[in-house]
Each structure stands twice: as C-alpha cells, then as structure tokens.
Design a protein around this ligand. Structure first.
Ligand code: UD1
Ligand code: MG
Length: 463
C-alpha cells in the first residue's frame, strides 16, 4: 500500500454555528491543542503525503495554525489551502480542493476537522479497502447515543445502500444506531465525477458528502464500510460535546502515561496536554494540571494542586503542593519547589530549595541556592523585565526583595527582610534593614493602657 499515493483533505470551513464562538470551531483546544491538529496528525500517520486544507473566509488564525502544523509534520510544499467562500455543505467543501488531486492521486482521505479522536490505524484500514478495489469507503460506528449523526442504511445482506442525514430521516430511520462518522475515502480516479453528481435537494439545501454511497451505487461502483468505536468517531458540534471529548482525550493521555510507568493516585483528577512527556517513576498526586510543553524526568514528585506549563523538569525534583510553574522554567535534579511558589522564565540548578511563598521570575539560580520564605525577584519596573542571577551556594533570607537587574555572588548571604538593589559580591554578607529600636520595660506601659481600655469598654456595654 505504501506505493499508493494519498491525499488527505481536511474540512474545516464550517461556521460552527452551534458553538456560538468568535473563533472557528476546529481551533478550540483539546488537551492544549486545537482539535484540527489531531486530525492532521492522523492523516499524516496514515500515510497521506499531501494535505489539502479547506477553510472559510476570514479564518486567518486557523490558516496560520494549520500552515505551521503542516510545515512541521509534512513539510511546507505538501500542504495547500483552499477557501470555501460559500459554505454549501461537506461535498461542496471537498470540491473546493479539487485542484489538489487533479494530477492523479490513488487514495483520497476525507477528514473532518471536528472529529479529532480518529486513529491513524483506522485510516490505514480504510485505505486498505481502497487498495482492495473499493471506490468509496465509509467509516461508521454503532452508537449508544446516535444523536444527530447521519444513519447508515443497509439492505438485508448488510450492504450499505445510502446514508440518511438526521434532518432528512424518517422516525424509523432515526432508530438506526449505525452512524456515519463523516470520514470517507474515495478512489482518486472516481472522486470528481462522484462529487460533481451531488445535488442539494435535501432538508438543509446543502451538498452532502453523505450522498456519495447512493451515487456510487447508481454508477455501479464498489462501496465498503469500515467500523470504528463510537469514541473514535465522535464529532464535536457544541460546547457540551467539546467537554465530553476532552474527557475522552484526557483518559487516553492518562492511560498512556500509566502504561509507561507513571504513578497517579487519582488519575481522574490529573489533566495532561497533548505533548506532555512523563518518564517512568514520576509520581503525580491528585489535582494537578500540566499545560502544553511539560517534560518530567524519572523520580520526580508533583504534589497536589500544582499547575505547570512549558517546563523542563529533571530527575528527583519535588514540586508542590500548590506550586505554579509558568512557561520558561527548567528545574535541575533534586530541586525542591514548595507551596505557593510561582516560577516564570527561571533556570533553577540542582539542589536548589525554594520552599515557601516566593516569586522567582526572569532569573537563574545556581547549584544549592536556598531561597527563604517570601523572597521576591522584582523583575518588572513597569516598562521592562530585568534579570536576576543568584550564584551557586547563595542564601537568600526570608522576605527579601531582589530588585533586578541584579547579581548575587557565589556563597553570598542575604539577611532576612532585605531590599537588595546593588550587586552583591561572592562570599559577602549583605542586609538592609531599618534600625531596631528597643525601650527597656516599656512594654508594661502598653499592657496597662490596654487593660484600662478593655475595662472601660466592658463598663460602657453594661450601661
Ligand atoms: C456530518 C455528516 C453526518 C455525520 C457527522 C459526523 C454530512 C452532510 N453530514 O454532519 O452524516 O454523521 O458529520 O460527525 O456530511 N464543513 C466545511 N464546509 C461546509 C460544511 C462543513 O468545511 O460547508 C466542515 C466543518 O468545518 C466540519 C465538517 O465539515 O469540520 C463537518 O461539518 P458539520 O457541519 O459539523 O457536519 P455534521 O452536522 O456534524
Ligand atoms: Mg460535525
């Protein structure tokens, strides 16, 4: 089959009206990636060597996302874009890309941008049917909840006759639970004549891709049906379905992580991203959210209620509970990041301890540094961001403010409560405080005054 050329057509021009959104439906993210990204990945993994991407007018964010993704996964020269100006239905959308297969292509895989759980293995099975002589291959599934999917109508020998869209279906047809995933494959040689025969004589006055099986029958072409699970074929048409598919996607990601030797005490409370990399023997406690761009090496523990986005975390690090790691953080081995610590754009070397209530941003922190409770790197002057460098072995006393740009030298020691605005040399003790004032025995006067006030208040209440 590898000798057969394959074009993947991704349909993403729909207005997504049921989404009530300002952005195209297929740009809505699942596990941190726009849903259409999964579809493009699946097409390429199934052997598509070219992608034709069909979008609507004024969808520049979608086009730039698809372009960037296409460049990454298939190369700049192999993705082309087609605008479907009037959204007149799924068959009309495929025809918008007709010049993509003009030159002759064996297999045409038609994918919907709103069906992101599709697996490349399923697409490979569909292509096998084309290789075996089918001209049209339909992907269907048995649904426990058939919703508004098109229904596959079969004869008594279970051969597919036609697909009936929900809105055009009779009551008895709606009772059929074998549904159309929308995903279809066509032999390149017959695609154009089939698509050009589609009309819009239906409840929505649209050109339905789902009319192809009936038309193929009439042209005495061969039709095959491949089956997938209800989950894999799930389409997303509204926010409730988006939330449902997110839960399915999260389960997939969690199960993959568990299978690779990650421990999660309550996996259902841990949220991962499409690109999360977790090595074996990572332990994740309940209620943790890992945004895109996170990798965690073996032996690291992420305790409850942490949110981490865009971070590279080495072996045997301890994070949390309640830590917030924003993009641009690297943590070297054996570092400890404790509760209510926020890190951003920070390079933290091995053995560093930042255990409580700190903000460290735009900073590099050297080996073995200890940062006390309540330390802040003051990185922003209201206009620009500035960097702080804390060299190896330094100790920063609690509740200190390090006003950037600033360098703290190796093994320097900053006394608690200091506001440091000048570079501190290596091996230097530095502290800045208001002088301590003491008045011997004076505290007794305050106690007496306080007792008198309390007595007076009590008497006033009695009257
Ligand atoms: C479609 C199928 C239905 C199937 C269901 C599975 C048709 C007519 N119906 O219905 O049988 O059960 O998917 O999820 O094919 N699009 C365009 N241009 C258009 C219209 C749609 O590019 O003019 C794109 C959309 O962006 C979307 C995909 O095609 O990615 C499917 O469109 P949608 O409107 O969601 O179709 P469904 O009503 O879900
Ligand atoms: Mg849909």
């Amino acid at each position: 089959m590898s000798q057969r050329s394959c074009l993947g057509i991704v349909l993403a021009a729909g207005k997504g009206q049921r989404f009530l959104s300002h952005q195209p439906k297929v740009m809505h993210a699942l596990a941190g990636q726009p849903m259409v990204g999964y579809v493009m990945d699946a097409a390429v993994s199934a052997g598509a060597s070219k992608i034709a991407f069909v979008h609507g007018p004024e969808m520049s964010d979608l086009v730039s996302y698809a372009n960037e993704t296409g460049n990454k996964i298939i190369g700049k020269r192999n993705i082309s874009f087609f605008e479907q100006r009037d959204r007149l239905g799924t068959a009309h959308a495929v025809l918008a890309a007709r010049s993509a297969w003009k030159k002759g292509i064996d297999d045409i895989l038609i994918l919907f941008g709103d069906t992101p759980l599709i697996r490349s293995e399923t697409l490979i099975n569909i292509r096998k049917e084309l290789a075996g002589g089918a001209h049209v291959v339909v992907l269907g599934f048995h649904a426990s909840n058939p919703r508004h999917y098109g229904r596959l109508i079969r004869d008594k020998d279970q051969n597919l006759i036609e697909i009936r869209e929900y809105r055009d279906a009779s009551q008895s047809e709606r009772e059929i639970t074998f549904c159309n995933s929308g995903i279809m494959a066509l032999s390149g040689a017959h695609a154009l004549s089939l698509l050009e025969s589609v009309d819009s004589d239906n409840a929505q006055s649209e050109f339905y891709l789902s009319d192809l099986p009936l038309l193929a029958h009439q042209k005495q072409l061969r039709i095959a049906v491949v089956e997938c699970s209800e989950e894999d074929g799930t389409g997303i048409n509204n926010r409730a379905e988006l939330a449902y598919v997110e839960s399915l996607m999260q389960n997939r990601l969690r199960n993959e992580a568990l299978a690779k030797g990650v421990t999660m005490i309550a996996p259902e409370t841990v949220f991962l991203s499409y690109d999360t990399l977790l090595e074996s023997d990572v332990l994740i406690e309940p209620y943790v959210v890992l945004g895109p761009g996170v990798s965690v090496a073996r032996g690291t523990i992420i305790r409850s209620f942490c949110e981490i986005t865009g971070g590279k975390i080495a072996e045997n690090v301890n994070i949390g509970p309640f830590s917030h790691l924003r993009p641009g953080v690297t943590l070297d081995q054996d570092a400890t990041i404790g509760n209510f610590v926020e890190l951003k754009d920070a390079k933290i070397a091995s053995g560093v301890q930042i255990k409580h209530l700190s903000y460290v941003g735009n900073a590099t922190v050297g080996d073995g540094v200890n940062i006390g409770a309540g330390v802040i790197t003051c990185n922003y002057d209201g206009v620009h961001k500035h960097c702080t460098e804390i060299s190896a072995g330094a100790f920063i006393g609690s509740n200190s403010s390090l006003v950037a740009p600033l360098k703290i030298g190796t093994n320097a020691y900053i006394g608690a409560g200091s506001v440091i605005t000048m570079p501190i040399e290596a091996n230097t003790l530095a502290f800045r405080r208001s002088p301590l004032i003491t008045r011997k025995k004076k505290s007794a006067d305050f106690h007496k005054a306080d007792q008198r006030k309390t007595r007076k208040n009590c008497e006033a209440k009695k009257h």
